[in-house]
Ligand binder design. Structure first.
Ligand SMILES: *Cc1c(COP(=O)(O)O)cnc(C)c1O
Length: 447
């Protein structure tokens, strides 16, 4: 076992325990997700330590990265806040027990009802555009808000390697552009006319953005805040929300870049952020959960087609949606395990690892060198704690798999808590249009 990293050994311990305890079973539960809460605690601790203790910082976890309520509640217990991008995520954050003033609402499409609710609760709001600001004016009707309210600016510093993840391009759909003609003047007037606009928000992108680009985006937001305060002759802007977006290393178990490294870049590009003159909100998602979760699935069958070995597993597009549809941008590692969860050490053979869905492109990896997989083996997809099993895709009526939180260290002391039960594959609609678990009396189903 000496060739396993500490993280790989940890996954193997968890996997073996899950098989022993029957949480993974080739017949009854051939697919499951796992969130390592010990790892989550260490990651959140590293985030808290990266920023100087003298500053007032709220680290708001981006709920879209893993919106399972027990996971959110665990992050709350570790002192985090929560960033939400829809009314549904706001519901989940409240269910996880976050106090409204530690929730940040960032949708670009907030409805009037959502704004009324957020303002009523005192949830922090980042305004995306001019029309949204007018809507807030109408709702407030001259009263000052209980909520902290900021404006999301697009620094237009440029994109990263994944276009769909880049939000600081010239034409991104998010925020008010800083560099467009007339835009800055409009923004300055908006801050002048709204003394309760006290925050500036930016988020340069998610995965694939170089740290210098992200830090430049933050620097533009800080410079803009300084400009507002100079223009108004008072310190109206009191806080900068720097967004999330720290990329994750999907190639190995190394945690890189670290929060410390990002803070070094921020210090270099945006020293005023550390002057003590501003409160800070961060909105990291992927970097908190990705490496603290993995997916495990049994191999059902294997075959050889056109000379290429193929393993058909129970993990595919329903849990690794981005990887299957966009394999070059979102490659995942795969490790091969025997039916009891031990790492397989046979000579690597190039093979395709397929999912169960009914389309030819449902492949987790093509031509990947791994010990030859056999029926009954288990494949593990490391680094899937964010945006993977927590964000299932319902193609082919493939059910959402069970997700377990993992506590305890060492082979014998691992404990599991169910954080999401496996979905019933068929939930017939009830007459009122809601879905309910199938029951023998609903007349629609089941012999
Ligand atoms: C998605 C998103 C985040 C989180 O990004 P990560 O890459 O998961 O850290 C933070 N803020 C906003 C506004 C987002 O859209």
């Amino acid at each position: 076992m000496t060739d396993l990293t500490e993280a790989a050994e940890r996954r193997q311990h968890i996997l073996r325990a899950a098989v022993r305890q029957g949480l993974l079973d080739p017949e009854r539960s051939a697919l499951a997700g796992f969130v390592d809460l010990e790892g989550v605690a260490e990651t959140v601790d590293a985030l808290h330590r990266a920023f100087p203790g003298s500053l007032c910082v709220l680290h708001a976890f981006a709920a879209k990265a893993n919106s399972l309520v027990p996971v959110l509640a665990e992050l709350r217990r570790h002192g985090m806040g929560c960033e939400v991008a829809t009314g549904g995520e706001l519901d989940r954050a409240l269910a996880a027990g976050f106090p409204p003033d530690r929730i940040v609402f960032d949708s670009p499409a907030k409805t009037r009802a959502e704004l009324e609710r957020a303002l009523g609760l005192g949830v922090t709001i980042n305004v995306d555009n001019f029309q949204e600001l007018s809507r807030i004016d109408e709702i407030l009707a001259g009263r000052p808000p209980r909520s902290r309210v900021g404006v999301r600016v697009n620094s237009q510093v440029g994109g990263g390697t994944i276009a769909a993840m880049s939000t600081a391009t010239q034409t991104s759909k998010f925020g008010v552009p800083l560099a467009d003609p007339g835009s800055r003047e409009w923004l300055l007037r908006a801050f002048e006319d709204h003394p309760w606009l006290t925050w500036v928000h930016t988020h340069a992108g998610s995965q694939g953005c170089p740290l210098d680009l992200m830090a430049q985006g933050v620097a533009q937001a800080v410079e803009f805040a300084e400009e507002v305060n100079r223009h108004l002759g008072r310190r109206q802007v009191v806080g900068i929300d720097i967004g999330g977006g720290l990329p994750v290393n999907f190639a190995s178990d190394e945690v890189s870049p670290s929060y410390d490294t990002y803070v070094d870049h921020l210090r270099e590009h945006a020293p005023a952020l550390f002057s003590g003159g501003y409160e800070i909100i961060t909105e990291f998602g992927r970097s908190i959960l990705a490496k603290n979760g993995f997916t495990a699935a049994y191999v059902e069958y294997t075959k050889s087609v056109g000379g290429r070995p193929i393993a058909i597993t129970h993990a595919g597009v329903q849990v690794a949606t981005r990887t299957v549809f966009h394999p070059d941008a979102w490659p995942l590692r795969i490790t091969a395990h025997d039916p009891r969860g031990g790492a397989k050490h046979d000579r690597p053979v190039r093979q395709d690892i397929a999912g169960p869905a009914c389309f030819a492109g449902d492949l987790l990896a093509r031509d990947r060198a791994l010990p030859l997989l056999e029926p009954g083996d288990i494949v593990v997809l490391p680094d899937t704690g964010a945006y993977y099993f927590s964000t299932p895709f319902h193609y082919n009526s493939l059910p959402e798999p069970a997700v377990y939180a993992v506590r305890g260290r060492g082979d014998g002391q691992i404990r599991f808590e169910l954080v999401r039960p496996a979905q019933d594959p068929y939930e017939p609609p009830t007459p009122d249009g809601r879905t309910a678990p199938a029951s023998p009396r609903d007349g629609l189903v089941r012999p």
